[in-house]
Design a protein around this ligand. Structure first.
Ligand SMILES: [Cu+2]
Length: 114
């Protein structure tokens, strides 16, 4: 998982902190798309997502319990998101990631960046 750029490896637990970075990237890369994965009912929705290099994903937890989006090999980790909290990551290189929720091993997702 070395093809994440350094900024993408940042652990961004506060969505507000990520906004300026995301906005700047979107401006620099005209076709970047902001995707959303909703965490609800103990599931990532969508669980499997295909995005383009430069796109961002925001995870929003709508459950009452805390969840994480944690890459299996440590490429990223949102940390625990409480109800209503979100985290945004921008993906700078082609890759495929598998992630799960740390407290709930059956919550799984994949990200394909092309
Ligand atoms: Cu969970």
């Amino acid at each position: 998982m070395t093809n994440l750029t350094r900024r993408n490896a940042l652990r961004l637990t506060a969505g507000i902190a990520a906004l300026p970075l995301t906005a700047a990237l979107a401006k620099a890369d005209g076709h970047a798309t902001a995707h959303t994965v909703v965490i609800k009912g103990m599931k990532f929705k969508p669980a499997n997502i295909e995005i383009k290099v430069g796109d961002s994903i925001t995870w929003i937890n709508e459950d009452r319990m805390g969840h994480t989006a944690t890459e299996l090999n440590g490429a990223f980790d949102t940390g625990t998101l409480g109800q209503g909290e979100s985290a945004t990551l921008t993906f700078g290189g082609k890759s495929m990631f598998k992630y799960r929720c740390t407290p709930h091993a059956n919550m799984r997702g994949t990200i394909t960046v092309s």
